[in-house]
Design a protein around this ligand. Sequence first.
Ligand SMILES: Nc1nc2c(ncn2[C@@H]2O[C@H](COP(=O)(O)OP(=O)(O)OP(=O)(O)O)[C@@H](O)[C@H]2O)c(=O)[nH]1
Ligand SMILES: [Mg+2]
Ligand SMILES: [Zn+2]
Length: 285
Amino acid sequence: MEGKVLAVSGGIYRILNSQKTIITCKPRGIFRHHNKKPLVGDQVILDDENMIVQIKERKNVLIRPTIANLDFAFVVTSLKEPDFSSLLLDKFLSMLSLNNVETVIILSKYDLVKEDNIAMIVDSYQSLGYKVIRYSKKTQEGLKEIKAMMKDKTVAFIGQTGVGKSSLINLIDPNYNRAVGEYSLALGRGKHQTKEVVIFPYGEGYLADTPGFSSLELQCFKEDLARCFPSFSHYVNECYFTDCLHQNEKNCKVKEHLQSGKISKEHYQNYLTLLKDLPYRKDRY
Ligand SMILES: Nc1nc2c(ncn2[C@@H]2O[C@H](COP(=O)(O)OP(=O)(O)OP(=O)(O)O)[C@@H](O)[C@H]2O)c(=O)[nH]1
Ligand SMILES: [Mg+2]
Ligand SMILES: [Zn+2]
């Protein structure tokens, strides 16, 4: 029988089997030998004793939050409490792009800001090709659109702690009954209310709540970021060097578009900030 991993806790797997029943089971020891284990979101095969014997091929996998087989991710970024940061959003977008997960941006806590102050943010990400949804728990603006996009898909809500991921899932359906945390003014962030990745059936698809980040490390090389950074990906194939880092290389299209204003100075600056902390791939060989 087949099943979908909904949650994992202490080595026990919660699985929705093909008869739409939720069961708990364990994986066979064989996974330990191969250093591979089933993850939330995996489609697995169960044997007669309801033990996991096989993981079906994954469409994609994220390490943090740990989840497999997403159709796309919603990156939830608050406009206030915590304050909006284009650096952080660019980091999330890079991480998802590196892992081949399509992304939609939700700007949460829209009730706490004035439209005039965020129109530029919305424009700048839309012009990169992202869908951007303004959302508020208070007014429910954006909720309909979010629900419509989720139809029959497997999606995860990903973002900083305290931006409102679990609250939003409760608005989608109160039966999910997610614990909602609070934003701490003193700490300037949320309090890590959600502790584990968990998937719920939603129509013919699934939705995932994930633990919020307080910090995020990109797990890649400079050369990877240079190709995947959101505002560059359209141009990198036109750079003279295939491994161009878009700094001082000759005939760099990214730098050209930076001069012409097609790439914003702010995104480019974010790129340099992220690039600084990453190792070179070429040092590895
Ligand atoms: N004003 C306002 N507050 C919101 C909105 N969405 C969520 N909040 C508040 O933000 C706080 C954190 O909400 P959560 O849903 O727990 O946030 P989370 O992203 O799940 O946080 P973690 O589980 O820690 O990652 C709560 O006090 C919510 O009531 C919103 O749209 N507007
Ligand atoms: Mg939460
Ligand atoms: Zn370049």
